[in-house]
Design a protein around this ligand. Structure first.
Ligand code: KG4
Ligand code: ZN
Length: 332
């Protein structure tokens, strides 16, 4: 089963070929294009996906040593995401699939992230708890198997990655500023400033990150620019402490022993180090996707499509729609 995976939900064009293992994948990031506007411009994103899809598909097929005619199925991101961007991937996938007479299956972007640690060894066995932390989502899920996802808790407002990006912007670190903010925090003095840990004691698995931005604005106004590293440190420490506390709570409540961390913020080194310590102390196992598969990519979409097709989803119908808004629990 040779599957082509297409990811175009936001500002990365990701393409991959998967055949029981990942044969090749490539990602084109639009970050430098959107940077000038301080955020993603949807129309520019769609147009760039149009430009990139064909060359990237040719590139991954050639790197995998396969031809278009060898493909047996195509997976593409159906949602959630930007409507125009999703439509580019969906129409490309269905057009190609129809011309080859093969199935095309629409994949939930978060299912892709959630399953991404299963692409490489050691893969977690079901069931597990998953923390999904990206630019658009912060959720804890209980994962029983492919398509069996139970939402345990999620953010009430901003996603963790969004909080990283907004804070980074405030500190003049560009877009998306998560990695740069994390880097700056490395040189900050811990404890020099203290920011709130929103909802840390709420007793449930809900999150809230929007208030942090306001707290950072107030702090940044009072402090000298030289204190930016200390502010970054205070911000990262606050977010990481909340994410770790909620993960620990989820492990206790679920009684499970495997925690999967996926989505862009899962690449964060402070989060990884703090979670690693807790996992060791409390005896649970931690799983991450391989580093380049933490952020958006086509490999996770190809992998999820391979599982779906193996389970018998047919994908023969080439009429399609996209779902800019889509709850993960709504799928089965
Ligand atoms: O999963 P992803 O690529 O796209 C979405 O589906 O949203 O996640 C992107 C998010 C951005 O907010 C970015 O700033 C954040 O992940 N991010 C990080 C790091 N790497 C990416 N945040 C903190 N530390 C990082 N190392
Ligand atoms: Zn994503």
């Amino acid at each position: 089963m040779l599957i082509l995976g297409i990811e175009t939900s936001c500002d990365e064009t990701g393409v991959a070929v998967y055949d029981g293992g990942l044969l090749a994948h490539a990602v084109h990031s639009q970050v430098s294009m959107h940077d000038a506007y301080g955020g993603v411009v949807p129309e520019l994103a769609s147009r760039d996906h149009v430009r990139r899809l064909v060359p990237l598909t040719r590139e991954v097929l050639s790197r995998a040593g396969r031809r278009t005619a060898d493909l047996t199925g195509i997976g593409y991101t159906e949602g959630p995401g930007l409507a125009g961007a999703l439509l580019v991937g969906a129409s490309f996938a269905h057009g190609l699939a129809q011309s080859l007479g093969i199935p095309a299956v629409g994949i939930h972007h978060l299912e892709g992230h959630l399953l991404s640690p299963l692409i490489s060894e050691p893969a977690p066995r079901f069931p597990f708890v998953a923390l999904l932390v990206s630019g658009g989502h912060t959720q804890l899920m209980r994962v029983e198997g492919i398509g069996r996802y139970l939402l345990l808790g999620e953010t009430q407002d901003d996603a963790a990655g969004e909080a990283f990006d907004k804070t980074a912007k405030l500190l003049g670190l560009g877009y998306p500023g998560g990695p740069a903010l994390s880097q700056l925090a490395q040189s900050g003095t811990p404890g020099r400033y203290r920011l709130p840990r929103p909802m840390i004691g709420s007793g449930d698995l809900e999150f809230s990150f929007s208030g942090l931005k306001t707290a950072v604005v107030t702090l940044a106004k009072q402090a000298a620019p030289a204190a930016h590293a200390d502010i970054a440190r205070a911000f990262v420490d606050a977010v990481v402490e909340v994410l770790v506390a909620k993960c620990v709570h989820a492990m206790e409540l679920s009684g499970l022993t495997r925690l999967v961390v996926a989505g862009g913020v899962g690449a964060n080194r402070q989060l990884r180090s703090a979670l690693g310590k807790e996992a060791e102390q409390r005896g649970f196992d931690l799983f991450y996707p391989q580093p380049e598969l933490c952020t958006d990519n086509g490999a996770m979409i190809a992998f999820a499509a391979a599982q779906r097709l193996r389970q018998g989803q047919d994908g023969a119908e080439h009429a399609f729609s996209v779902r800019p808004r889509w709850d993960l629990e709504a799928i089965s």
